[in-house]
Structures are given as C-alpha cells and as structure tokens.
Design a binder for this molecule. Structure first.
Ligand code: TNX
Length: 493
C-alpha cells in the first residue's frame, strides 16, 4: 500500500511542475499490479475514436457506455460505442483474458488501439476505471495515452466501504453518488448500515410502524456527546427512510457497477428505534424513544421473547427479497447485557438453553451467541451467510460459517482466522473515516475524535503477521466505515 502514497506524490509533483506531456498517468489509486511502458507513438484519443464491445453482450455494452460517459464527463467529447469490430481508432472491450481471478484485467495501449481485456465483465469494468482515472482532470483535453501494458487483479475478494444512514439520513441521489465513488476506487462491496437507535431507514411491509414511528426522532443532539455538556438539542424532528422500490433501484444501480450491497440490520443492540415502534419486543416493554443522541443504550431487543425471533425472521424475509447479496450483516455490536440480566424472559431462556457461562463468558454473552446463531441458521436456509461485528465472538459459540467484522482492533479478525472463521478487517484506528484527517483538532469539523491520517489508511495491511499463511486465507479483505453521528450533509460525507 506504501506504493500508492508514492504514486500520489508523483502525481502531485507532475501537477506542480506544470508538465504538459504526457498528462495521462497510469499510476492511479489503487495502483495496478504492473505497468510496463512500450516504445511506440502514443494513442491520441479523439472524437473519431469508437468503443467496441462483443455483439449481443449486454454487460459489455453497459461497460462501453460507462466508458463513453466518463470520457464525456472528463473531456466533453462524445464518443461512439458500437457492437462488433471496427477499423480505425478504437477502444476494444473483451473478455478473453485467462485468469483464475475473475476480477483481473489487462489494459493495453498501442498507437491505434486501446484494449481492455477482462477475465469477466467485472474485470473489464476495473480496467475502465483505471483508464478513466489515468486522465488528468486538470488537463482533461490532453488525451494522449503513452503506450503500455497494464496487468492488474485485486488482492482481496472483499473490498468494502460502509455507510451509516441511521444517525443521519441521505437521499437516494446521494447514495448513488456514493456508489459511484466506490466504483471509481474498484471497491466491490457496499455495506449499508440501515438501522440503529436513532432511526430505522428501510420500509418493511409487515411492520409499518418501523418507518412510521421508528424512522423519526424528536430532535438531535447539538455538539459533541462527550465534550459538550450539559446536552442541548435542536428541537427539530428528524427522519427519513427508503421505500422498497427505492431500495430495488439502488441495488440495481450498484449491481450495474459490480458492487454488491450488503444490508445491515443491527441486532440485538442498537435497536431503540425498533422498540419505540414495537415496545413489546423490549425486556421492559415501555418508555422507549428513538435515540436523539449518540452512544450505546441499555434497551435492546429481548432475547427471551419468541416474538423477537418471529419479528427478526419476518424482517429478514423481506430483506432477502430485496437484497440478492450472499452476505447479510446482522450487527451484533455494542449490546449491553443490563436488561437481559434482570429480564425474567431472558433468564428463563438462559435456563431453558442450559447456558451457564464458562468462567470467561457470562450466560448473557452466550445468549447473544444464541441470537446470532439462530438468525444465522434461519438465513442459511435461504442460502445466505451472516456477517457480524466482532462482538459476535463474545459467547465463544458462533458457528463456523459466521463472518467476523473486526472493528475494535485487529484482535477479533485474528481470533476469527485462528479458529477458521472468515473475517473482514475494519479496525477503527486505521479505517474509520469518521475520524479526524488532520492533526490539529481545532481545525477539524466536529467528529468522534481520533486522528487518522490518509497515510495510516494506505499503510494498513489486512493480513496480520501473527497469522500463518493458512490462517491468512480466512481474511476476506478490508473495509472502511463512515459513521454519521457528526456527518449530517452530503458535502461533509
Ligand atoms: C462504534 S463500529 C460503533 C458505531 C459508532 C462508531 C463511531 C461499531 C460496530 N459500532 O455504532 O457509530 O463506533 O465511530
């Protein structure tokens, strides 16, 4: 990842020196695996250039029009796309590349032709992104491409970015823009955090109160949760949610860009919005209100009430109809056990299940493992796999198929890989984009607080040296997270 930083520096240097030729620079982010220049006259892209794709191939046709639209956006030049072969100046899209990595591509530039050959249409799409990024936005009209052979393939199958739309809500249009930014960076997973204490954001037909009641909060905290006390609120009702039609539209939009959306319904903690809508699903059954400030709340879904499981199964039934993703995120983070310890129903459940705690783990922690496993089994029957935040390791009783998202550091991911569970690395101190980017907090916007410079992000190595090569295979990849307690607008996001 260090190489990336140098390439960024190189780009800056080129810009500073006002170098004019060639301004196309293949050292983009992420940096391709190999870039080999060849000694020929460069390829000059002009209005006569035609993008061709194999006849009758709808995906490649879409790829061709993406490329045409990027070139138009950057240079203002309309470029034709065409099925089949053509003579003259052309950009050829094809999928003849033999590579076990289906996301691999080869980008070849000769004097009269650019070829993007992918191991699959997704590979071609990444080649298109590399070509697009190689155009210097400060000289968008100088479309002179040095001749080159680029071979590239992603190291990890899971390349994710997360977005929290509960703490603050973002429009369909902005979600599409966000997805565009993911595509630009060759990311292929969008982890969509759709529910939390401060708002439920997805229409569920069987439970209309989730959005009627659970998507609205009375008001929002002003200032910082820990630093600005006593707490003050803005007095303005706040809400928003996505209809199922909008969700389908966004899923399709992402799919077109080779991005899988992994929806997250965060349970059993972070569920104040659910309890406000359906108080009978909480341990105490009353006095809930959708969160108006941030943090972790004691009121969580009652794990002793069968109605909670029925509720979850119904919700996940509708969710899986909307999201084709193999992976479904079920949260599992920050679930205090305060209520469960006092709740007769939860205690009865613990007894019925014979959970006794094992010295290291309390019976309530094991109950959390039970909730996770039960939902996991339910989703498994539908052919889906679960991802959970690293707290799902808590009761030491999750199944071998659960995927651990390591956020409190790398320990959860390491422990998961060591016990042969798959893991996704998203340690907060390296990959939380809601943290400060600059060192001087007085110059930073209001944020959750820690200092996380870009360099630290680039330097992050997902496979910890503690893991053996065999264990390393359980690391599916990495993801950055954008939590939005203090991020209220698209511009800030
Ligand atoms: C911890 S990361 C949380 C979120 C917060 C975030 C703020 C995780 C699984 N839980 O609820 O928004 O920190 O950085």
């Amino acid at each position: 990842m260090k190489k990336l930083l140098f390439s960024t520096l190189a780009l800056c240097l080129m810009a500073c020196c006002k170098e004019t030729k060639p301004v196309v620079n293949y050292e983009v982010i992420p940096l391709p695996q190999s870039i080999e220049y060849t000694e020929q006259e460069p390829f000059q892209l002009d209005a006569k250039t035609v993008i061709t794709y194999p006849q009758g191939n709808a995906l490649q046709e879409k790829n061709a029009s993406f490329l045409a639209s990027y070139i138009q956006e950057l240079s203002g030049m309309p470029i034709k796309t065409q099925a089949g072969v053509t003579n003259g100046k052309r950009i050829v899209l094809k999928t003849d590349l033999q590579n076990a990595n289906q996301e691999a591509y080869q980008l070849t530039v000769t004097s009269d032709q650019i070829t993007i050959d992918g191991a699959s249409p997704a590979g071609v799409f990444y080649g298109i992104q590399t070509l697009r990024k190689s155009i210097d936005v400060t000289h968008p009209k100088a479309l002179v491409f040095p001749t080159v052979v680029i071979n590239d393939a992603p190291r990890f199958a899971y390349r994710g970015m997360h977005f929290d739309v509960s703490r603050h809500f973002f429009t369909v249009d902005f979600i599409k823009q966000y997805i565009d930014i993911l595509a630009l960076h060759n990311l292929n997973k969008f982890h969509w955090h759709l529910t939390d204490d401060q708002g439920w954001r997805i229409e569920i037909k069987k439970y209309p109160r989730l959005t009627e009641v659970g998507s609205m909060r009375k008001e929002t905290l002003i200032g910082h949760l820990l630093k600005d006390k006593p707490h003050q609120f803005d007095g303005k009702p706040y809400g928003g949610f996505y209809t199922q039609e909008q969700i389908k539209e966004i899923v399709k939009y992402a799919q077109d860009r080779y991005i899988t959306i992994i929806p997250e319904i965060d349970i059993p903690g972070h569920t104040l919005a659910v309890l406000t809508a359906y108080p009978e699903l909480g341990c105490t059954g009353k006095d809930y209100a959708v969160g108006t400030k941030w943090g972790v709340f004691d009121d969580v879904l009652c794990a002793g009430n069968e109605a909670s499981y029925k509720f979850l199964e119904d919700v996940f039934d509708e969710l899986t109809e909307l999201f084709p993703s193999k992976y479904i995120h079920i949260g599992g983070d920050e679930c205090p056990k305060t209520r469960w310890k006092e709740c007769p129903k939860c205690q009865a459940k613990i007894k019925a299940l014979g959970l006794k705690g094992d010295g290291e783990h309390t019976a309530e922690q094991q109950l959390q493992g039970y909730v996770v496993s039960r939902i996991e089994q339910f989703l498994k029957k539908k052919g889906r796999e679960v991802i959970g935040w690293d707290e799902i390791l808590e009761g030491n009783n999750i199944s071998q198929d659960a995927i651990v998202m390591s956020w409190r550091g790398t320990e959860g991911g390491i422990a998961a890989a060591q016990r042969h569970n798959r893991a996704i690395m998203t340690p907060h101190y390296s990959l939380y984009f809601d943290y400060n980017q600059g060192e001087d907090p007085s110059k930073e916007p209001l944020s959750i607080g820690e200092y996380l410079p870009v360099k630290k992000v680039y330097d992050y190595e997902p496979i910890d040296p503690k893991l053996t090569p065999e264990q390393g295979k359980y690391i599916l990849g990495a993801q950055a997270n954008l939590w939005t307690e203090y991020i209220a607008s698209p511009a800030h996001a």
